[in-house]
Design a protein around this ligand. Sequence first.
Ligand code: ADP
Ligand code: C5P
Ligand code: MG
Length: 204
Amino acid sequence: MRMGTIADAANKEASGSSLANEKVTVVFVLGGPGSGKGTQCANIVQHFRYTHLSAGDLLREEIKSGSGNGTMIQTMIKDGKIVPSEVTVMLLLRAMRESGNDKFLIDGFPRNEENRVAFEAVINIEPAFVLYFDCPEDEMERRLLKRNQGREDDNIVTIRKRFKVFMESSLPVIEYYNSKGKVCKIDAGKPAEEVFEAVKAVFA
Ligand code: ADP
Ligand code: C5P
Ligand code: MG
């Protein structure tokens, strides 16, 4: 990946924005597909002064916007693959700048080592902590199959691919932050209200 070029472009974008100061708080919200990241982020936003940025939502919006990358992103999502970081990091950076906020829940990112390194190279904000929603695979599968949001990747074939990508590429990122003492692990297999009680305790 052409990290120098991307970093230069992003630095140009970031300079003069609120992200250039050092008081920005980032929490990475990670967990398998269907573990409840989006659901719990919505709860957190209602109680705490955070802006919720879902990398998956930003990528889906990018497809809808008719961007030149749209077809590539759509193909990757349908196959459960991780979109090149240069795309996702630029979308996150833009959304962070446009929010006007300085506290962010970054949901579904970093999803692999490449995501993590690109964020570090371009945005360079160390997460305050990582919220990890730990949920059994059979429970995640049940939830995704009845999510009913018309997503092209909520079918059993793509779901299985996404689980594999999570185990192979995303869990190592969680392990990386765990080794730095930064992971708050939440038992996400319980009803949403109970999960939120545990989440609230982390933020309070
Ligand atoms: P993620 O963003 O991690 O993929 P979502 O928040 O979209 O997960 O949740 C996936 C589906 O499961 C949604 O339909 C949501 O309403 C439902 N859901 C979320 N949390 C729970 C929970 N604790 N118990 C049961 N269903 C849940
Ligand atoms: O988090 P969410 O379930 O919305 O992600 C849906 C899909 O978006 C992923 O399976 C992947 O194809 C893509 N994605 C990505 N990189 C990220 C987050 C999501 O490529 N950091
Ligand atoms: Mg989600």
